[in-house]
Design a protein around this ligand. Structure first.
Ligand SMILES: [Cu+2]
Length: 172
């Protein structure tokens, strides 16, 4: 009788240990910081500006993975600083707001586009012309650093009023 109880207890303990091991393994996988794979950065480009321009806007699309994440900052060796900006139009006046971070819901896609969000390169160190590439490092809270090359493209005046440069009048 006593022996039986021990056997049963041993089996229960074994089962519990197995469950714990499985749970730990699953937890580890989910918690492991993904080295950039969790957020995909697509279609990064920089709007071409006159050679004297020192502030340039970068546009791109972020596609988040299955977990919440936050874009914390952007860096490039080609500019003194890079800020996250949001363009807002109020009472006919276009203004830029600096943002401290951009939160991404699971699976969320966020577009940076002319007239909206952009990464502002401040103090660009040399003239950039169409076809040049700007190396960027995007830092995410969970995904870590994601490197991307943004291509310099001519800003096309759009049909909605010919505002070729959304940063006209933008001061830093
Ligand atoms: Cu801006």
């Amino acid at each position: 009788m006593r022996k039986m109880a021990h056997k049963t207890l041993a089996r229960v303990i074994a089962a519990v240990l197995l469950l714990l091991a499985a749970a730990t393994a699953a937890g580890d996988t989910a918690a492991a910081p993904s080295s950039g794979g969790a957020v995909v950065v697509m279609d990064a480009w920089v709007g071409e500006a006159p050679p004297a321009a020192r502030n340039l806007a970068v546009y791109l699309t972020l596609k988040n993975g299955p977990r919440n994440d936050t874009l914390l900052s952007v860096k490039t060796p080609l500019a003194a600083a890079a800020e996250l900006h949001q363009t807002r139009k109020a009472d006919g006046v276009t203004r830029m707001q600096k943002q401290s971070g951009i939160t991404l819901a699971p699976g969320e896609e966020v577009q940076f586009a002319p007239g909206g969000r952009h990464v502002m390169l401040i103090g660009v160190k040399r003239a950039l012309k169409a076809g040049d590439r700007v190396p960027l490092t995007l830092k995410f809270r969970r995904a870590g650093n994601v490197d991307v090359q943004a291509e310099v493209r001519p800003l096309q005046p759009d049909a909605s009023g010919g505002q070729a440069d959304p940063h006209a009048g933008h001061r830093h």
